[in-house]
Design a protein around this ligand. Structure first.
Ligand SMILES: NC(=O)c1ccc[n+]([C@@H]2O[C@H](COP(=O)([O-])OP(=O)(O)OC[C@H]3O[C@@H](n4cnc5c(N)ncnc54)[C@H](OP(=O)(O)O)[C@@H]3O)[C@@H](O)[C@H]2O)c1
Length: 396
């Protein structure tokens, strides 16, 4: 019998502290017990004291992720593991996932490292399917808005008896910055390539997370949106988006697992969204005008200042059509707070609560947010903070 409903591993990092803060003062705090976990007892004690002052006091578990026995002990004490210690391919997240897949414990992380996600699929998908463990990867802004947005748009088209064959997403707002952990994760790909640990073909494979899936056509590139162009369906100029290589692969896994392939997918960012970020930075003198500069080379544990976390926001429009393009659906997903940290931490916490408390589809495996939780997560995000955090809307 688990002693804690939720264990937050990596709670001492930049994202971990924001997640701990959100869980500590969550309106459903009376419905779950929780603990924080990590490798440094002094740092953990500080996070625990802050959480206690904010609302509820979590338990504390000292865990060495490299040591499988230590990981087993943590996993056996939990109903749901939330892991924010990344880069996940470097901080032994596979040990945690392996223990969860064996024991049937639900798990979520914030990984965008597709080579690590593919390793989880190859090593643990079948085991998690049999044990019933939901292993949810990419449970932050990469890739919840794109993933749930595409699923929502496909549902709208199906309601008109249309079958989606082409899908595309355009971020029309994406205002924020990045943390030390994200910087390290971005550099991880280079280290991984040099290490030779993973197949070099993974980096160019648009369907790396959907092994064996029926592909749409051979020419489909990883992001799909590879140059600046005007899109007549979305009526905006779109550009290549730096997060698309992560999101498109996750969305394609969802399309594969839910039986929607073949269906093309592409993702970009609007020119207006890029100008919005420039204006946000310039109007505050990159934070110098408000006494909290945006760190350009943040270290582990560091990230964007509070003013930028609060001033940030995101919005993505998703368009799907039938093969002959006679029927279409258009939806929008928008959210308040900088996408990568404040909004991600809220989305991620709600994933944990959804895994614990909601009546989710009975399906185990290495899953995406859409295939693990889908509409129940959408409803939960829509309702969070009395509807002020995220909204899912049908536009057409
Ligand atoms: N998907 C998304 O939308 C999204 C959004 C934001 C961030 N992320 C990802 O989330 C991850 C965390 O970001 P962050 O900014 O919070 O990073 P961070 O501040 O560097 O925190 C890293 C965490 O990992 C722990 N850690 C460091 N080395 C470890 C090791 N060898 N074994 C086990 N744990 C170790 C750290 O513990 P100590 O405090 O003891 O050093 C800390 O708790 C990154 O991978 C980032 O890319 C994803």
């Amino acid at each position: 019998m688990p002693t804690h409903d939720i264990v937050l591993h990596g709670a001492t990092g930049f994202v971990g502290k924001i997640v701990a803060d959100y869980l500590a003062r969550h309106p459903e705090a009376g419905r779950f017990s929780w603990a924080i976990a990590g490798r440094n007892p002094e740092k953990l004690a500080r996070v625990r004291d802050t959480a206690a002052a904010r609302g509820t006091e979590p338990g504390v578990l000292v865990v060495q992720a490299a040591d499988e026995e230590s990981v087993e002990a943590m996993v056996s004490s939990a109903a749901v593991i939330l892991n924010v210690a990344g880069p996940f391919s470097e901080y032994h997240a596979d040990h945690i996932v392996g223990a969860c897949a064996r024991s049937g414990t639900h798990y979520a992380d914030l990984s965008g490292e597709y080579w690590y996600q593919r390793l989880l699929i190859d090593e643990f998908h079948e085991q998690a399917e049999s044990s019933g463990a939901k292993i949810v990867v990419a449970a932050g802004v990469d890739s919840i808005p794109s993933d749930l947005g595409v699923q929502f748009a496909i549902e709208q088209l199906a309601a008109k008896d249309g079958r989606a064959r082409h899908a595309k997403s355009l971020f029309t707002s994406y205002a924020g910055s990045f943390s030390g952990g994200t910087r390290r994760s971005m550099q991880a790909r280079k280290r991984i390539e040099q290490s030779g640990t993973y197949e070099p073909g993974f980096h160019t494979d648009s369907y790396v997370l959907a092994p064996g899936a029926q592909r749409s056509h051979d020419g489909e590139t990883v992001s799909g949106w590879d140059s600046r162009r005007f899109d007549t369906d979305l009526r905006r100029f779109g550009n290549p988006f730096f997060m698309a290589p992560i999101n498109t692969r996750v969305v394609r896994r969802s399309l594969a697992l839910d039986g929607h392939l073949p269906c093309t997918y592409e993702e970009g960012i609007s020119t207006a969204a890029l100008l919005e970020v420039l204006w946000l930075y310039a109007s505050r003198g990159f934070g110098y005008f408000v006494g909290a500069p945006i760190p350009m080379k943040p270290k582990s544990g560091e990230g964007l200042p509070l003013w930028l976390q609060r001033a940030g926001r995101f919005c993505v429009r998703v368009h799907v059509t039938t093969d002959d393009r006679t029927q279409a659906a258009l939806v929008e997903v928008r959210g308040a707070g900088d996408p990568g940290y404040l909004a991600t931490s809220k989305m991620f916490s709600e994933v944990g609560l959804s895994l614990l408390l909601d009546d989710a589809p009975a399906r185990g495996g290495v899953l995406t947010p859409a295939t693990a939780l889908g509409p129940v997560l959408r409803r939960r995000l829509d309702e969070a903070e009395d509807g002020r955090f995220m909204q899912f809307r049908t536009l057409k």
